[in-house]
Design a protein around this ligand. Structure first.
Ligand SMILES: Nc1nc2c(c(=O)[nH]1)N[C@H]1C(S)=C(S)[C@@H](COP(=O)(O)OP(=O)(O)OC[C@H]3O[C@@H](n4cnc5c(=O)[nH]c(N)nc54)[C@H](O)[C@@H]3O)O[C@H]1N2
Ligand SMILES: Nc1nc2c(c(=O)[nH]1)N[C@H]1C(S)=C(S)[C@@H](COP(=O)(O)OP(=O)(O)OC[C@H]3O[C@@H](n4cnc5c(=O)[nH]c(N)nc54)[C@H](O)[C@@H]3O)O[C@H]1N2
Ligand SMILES: [Mo]
Length: 659
């Protein structure tokens, strides 16, 4: 510990703490602009200058580490003068006419800093020329006139996301934030995650959707969970007058620590699907508006006789975007009460890995393990397309900290970034895994003495069958065997193995993990994929020949494959938020709230149980998924009573973040 005195307060802080952090821990506020807690200290703007006894000049506190018996002052007249000078220069360099800026009045860190210093005018007149405005991006605008060159956006794009689209060109006051080699943002390599706009302190990067709709600080903020995929990113829904203005990443959330992808930050705001606002029933071949009573009794009339014949004529399908509460009711109603002949989730069994998680808890990894890993193997998952935030945590550590090895017979979005790409023939994973195990043995890198007793020809055989050279397999083995914190990620390409045998591959993957001390993590499917599997819904869906089908779709979309399976259904009832090809085929449609309009629990890919919170009011007369499932049970004469929590317990990691 290091002993320091700041503004007369003495404190002990760990070695390596910066003066800024030490001051913060003592409740002393030092103004900053380029500093951002989740980025590396930068020392660019110099607003955070402090006086250190014995030093000739003022020092930037954000990059200055404490030393023993250091005496710091943060608020002397000289410091105030320096701050005013820095702010004066910033205001004079570009267009910071606050009254014409959309972030004025609380959302701008530059304006807030100036007001904190008691500044109410510019000490010197502005000297700037107009700068360009880049409005080529679909989700945000980059107004160079408002930019203070703090480089938070550039640093976030590289350090946090690993995308390195943003950079800077020219020098001094002429410096400009640029995308790639100076192309418009909308034509750049930007992947639209919006991390840059979430760290911009001024009105330089503004969100198209929330711009000019009032201050964000004054809007309503609701913490929730993104239901875009099974990473389960913590978010904040920013709303006003029952409209969604912005979705921001929650910097305190353990799964994503502030990051989001396009699907999480922007897609829900640009929702274009048509909302269902009243129950519909098919009359004379056409869907007509009906009362809840009519719609529910029609369902009861179809289901009741089938239930009396032991349910085999009934089929039910649920979206894995539904809350745990809804999935548990769905399972109790269709499996335990109605004994429907086929009950599945929309993912069927393609992401199935929960059994493995439950039986091998010590091998199961977390998103944090991905972040910390020095070697990541990705089998049959495309982290560029799906679960992008998990992909960012790998990309940002490349190539220095983390070695990435991609195993995919087809093109994978992460191929470019990988140290090695192994392309087995489709379905060749089990063979290749055996080769990796043999290679680890050959190189004597196994930590597990009970390792495989493979003959000396295994590698050669695997090389012949997979088409991958022995040397390539050994290179990958070396990276894996020598890593300190290896992680094996396996996605739908492995769990849903269409030509090979996924059970065999997963068994070999477990052996490989045990030999190398690796953690295993399956990124899974939609937001509640793991919960759906825990409720026993990871099954093949076979509605063919059934008399009635119920689909609890909620606000999800359905694949063309499943639409085709349902085309022949004699009676189809759908519970959905939006009109779709599926609802158009239905005989009864029950309108339900979407994920922003109801509370619910979700179990993410790590087994972290988290909660979504209602942030918007649904159109009048619309019911929640839980209400609708309960009402269907009621009209059939069942009182549902399962607790949703029990089935999830074996898959849930205990976490301090569980509120
Ligand atoms: N044989 C086989 N069966 C499978 C699977 C498989 O891989 N093979 N996969 C299983 C799994 S894991 C799942 S999740 C299901 C469904 O798995 P997939 O068939 O992979 O379905 P998705 O691609 O999720 O399809 C959802 C539909 O919504 C559309 N869509 C998605 N996002 C948007 C959007 O933002 N805008 C618009 N306009 N359209 C959008 C897609 O184009 C698609 O038509 O199938 C399961 N069954
Ligand atoms: N942003 C975003 N995230 C999503 C989704 C989304 O639509 N958008 N969808 C969610 C859903 S429902 C799901 S199921 C997941 C899917 O997420 P993943 O499990 O990552 O599945 P895919 O993105 O389909 O990538 C599967 C990869 O496996 C490869 N592959 C195919 N066959 C084999 C094989 O035999 N062996 C090996 N080694 N590889 C093979 C394919 O070429 C492909 O690159 O993503 C979820 N996350
Ligand atoms: Mo999926």
């Amino acid at each position: 510990m290091v002993h320091v005195t700041i503004d007369g307060q003495t404190l002990e802080v760990p070695h390596g703490t910066t003066v800024l952090e030490a001051s913060k821990s003592a409740g002393i506020h030092i103004p900053t602009l380029c500093h951002f807690e989740h980025l590396l200290p930068y020392g660019g703007c110099r607003l955070c200058m402090v006086e250190v006894e014995g030093a000739r000049v003022l020092q930037p506190s954000c990059t200055l580490p404490v030393f023993n018996d250091m005496v710091v002052r943060t608020n002397t007249p000289q410091i105030k003068e320096a701050r005013e000078f820095i702010l004066t220069m910033l205001f004079s360099e570009r267009n910071h006419f606050c009254m014409y800026c959309q972030v004025s009045g609380g959302d701008c860190e530059l304006q807030n800093a100036a007001l904190d210093e008691g500044m109410d005018h510019w000490p010197i007149p502005p000297i700037w020329e107009p700068y360009p405005v880049d409005a080529s991006h679909p989700y945000f605008v980059l107004d160079h006139n408002r930019c203070i060159l703090c480089r938070r956006c550039i640093r976030a794009c590289g350090e946090l996301v690993g995308n390195y689209t943003l950079g800077s060109a020219e020098r001094g006051a002429e410096t400009m934030v640029v995308a790639d080699n100076g192309v418009p943002l909308g034509e750049s390599t930007c992947i639209r995650c919006g991390t840059c706009i979430s760290v911009c302190p001024t009105g330089a990067l503004i969100n198209r959707q929330s711009a000019y709709r009032g201050r964000i600080v004054d809007a309503d903020h609701t913490k929730s969970i993104c239901v875009g995929c099974s990473v389960g990113c913590g978010i904040e829904l920013v709303t006003r007058d029952n409209q969604l203005l912005e979705i921001n990443g929650d910097w305190d959330a353990p799964a994503n620590t502030g990051l989001l992808c396009e699907l999480g930050r922007f897609t829900p705001i640009y929702e274009e699907r048509q909302r269902l606002t009243s129950p519909l029933v098919r009359k004379d071949g056409q869907l007509k508006t009906a009362t809840w009573g009519e719609a529910l009794s029609l369902i009861a009339a179809q289901f009741k006789p089938l239930a009396d014949q032991n349910g085999v004529g009934l089929a039910a399908l649920a979206s894995t975007r539904l809350s745990a509460e809804s999935l548990a009711l769905f399972k109790e109603l269709f499996v335990d009460r109605l004994h429907a002949g086929t009950v599945a989730s929309v993912e069927e069994y393609f992401t199935s890995s929960a059994e493995l998680d439950r039986e091998n808890p010590d091998l199961v990894g977390s998103v944090e393990d991905i972040k910390q890993s020095d070697c990541v193997f990705v089998f049959g998952a495309d982290l560029y397309q799906s679960h992008q935030v998990a992909g960012f945590f790998i990309k940002r550590n490349l190539p220095d900290k983390t070695k990435l090895i991609v195993i995919d017979p087809a093109d994978n979005g992460m191929d470019q970034q990988a140290l090695f790409t192994l392309k087995p023939k489709k379905g060749g994973d089990a063979d290749l895994l055996l080769g990796l195990i043999a290679g680890i043995n050959t190189l004597e890198l196994s930590r597990n003495k009970n390792g495989y007793d493979l003959d000396e020809f295994t590698l050669a055989r695997v090389s012949a069958s997979t088409g991958i050279a022995e040397a390539e397999i050994l290179n990958a083995c070396r990276a894996l065997g020598m890593a300190e914190k290896p992680v094996l990620i396996y996605g739908k390409g492995l769990t849903g193995s269409f030509t090979g045998d996924s059970a065999e591959s997963i068994r070999l993957l477990i052996d490989l993990a045990e030999m190398t001390g690796a953690k295993m993590i399956s990124p899974r499917g939609r937001a509640n994929s793991l919960a759906a599997e825990a409720y026993g819904l990871a099954n093949r869906f076979s509605p063919g020949g059934r008399h009635a089908v119920f689909v609890a779709l909620g606000d999800d979309r359905i694949s063309q494959r499943q639409i085709q399976l349902l085309e022949e259904a004699p009676f189809l009832a759908v519970q959905a938020s939006y009109a779709s090809q599926l609802t158009a085929m239905a005989d009864v449609v029950l309108p339900v709230k979407n994920w922003t309009e109801q509370d619910g629990h979700y179990l993410n890919m790590e087994g972290r149980l988290q909660q979504t919170h209602k942030a918007l009011l649904a159109p009048e007369g619309i019911r929640s998924n839980v209400e609708v499932l309960t009402e269907i049970a009621d009209v059939l004469g069942y009182k549902l009573q399962t607790s949703w929590e029990t089935a999830l317990t074996p898959y849930t990691i205990s976490s301090p973040a569980l509120a």
